[in-house]
Write a new protein. Structure first.
Length: 205
């Protein structure tokens, strides 16, 4: 695609570099910004810059946050006996959006995948075990994508948690095997959380 303006081309390239944004959509977005009043454009770009400059990682659950502790970890109305373990922040957001879960979260930052060179030491597992040891959690919900790597991660974590006096459960298989949580529709994901089932370590042997 040829552009009469190098500035437009640069903006299109920037939008097209985002996940899920094709060239045609990038062109529409760039032209939309051109048509916006200057103050609206400055507000848009300013919000992105402020987010990039100030966003933090929650020191407790590894969610994104404006402060050292995220709003979820600071929410006193949540159930202190429930902890939901997720692979990524996107999965946390997907579950939170369903409105079916009112406990706390822990973001692993990935799943165990020997093929990709990701081992337990590369994930937020030690901090998870420490939270369970020091906290009042009674149930740990493994809301991890139902893949081979996900099941391997659940099995490993369940073995580590076996001596901590907590029950371990997994989301029901309303989410198809091989699928990713962030792409599941809200109704299916919400029901999978609500209909979670106990996890037996022997299942993964």
């Amino acid at each position: 695609m040829n552009f009469s303006s190098k500035l437009i081309e640069q903006a299109v390239d920037a939008f097209a570099s985002l996940p899920g944004i094709g060239r045609k959509t990038a062109v529409r977005l760039a032209l939309h910004l051109v048509d916006l009043p200057k103050e609206h454009t400055e507000q848009f770009t300013g919000a992105l810059k402020e987010m990039k400059d100030k966003i933090q990682t929650c020191t407790t659950c590894f969610n994104l946050s404006d402060e050292a502790a995220c709003s979820i970890c600071n929410d006193k109305s949540r159930n202190p006996e429930l902890l939901c373990v997720v692979e990524s922040i996107r999965d946390l957001m997907a579950i939170e959006h369903t409105g079916h879960f009112r406990g706390f979260y822990h973001v692993l930052g990935g799943i165990i995948s020997p093929i990709e060179g990701i081992g337990p030491g590369d994930l937020n597992i030690d901090s998870l075990l420490n939270r369970v040891e020091l906290g009042s959690f009674k149930e740990i919900i493994m809301a991890i994508s139902p893949t081979i790597e996900g099941d391997t991660t659940i099995f490993f974590l369940s073995k580590q948690l076996a001596t901590h006096g907590v029950s371990v459960s997994t989301i029901s298989r309303g989410v198809a095997f091989g699928g990713e949580l962030e792409y599941a529709d809200g109704l299916t994901l919400g029901r999978s959380i609500a209909s979670r089932i106990p996890y037996q370590v022997s299942q993964g042997a």
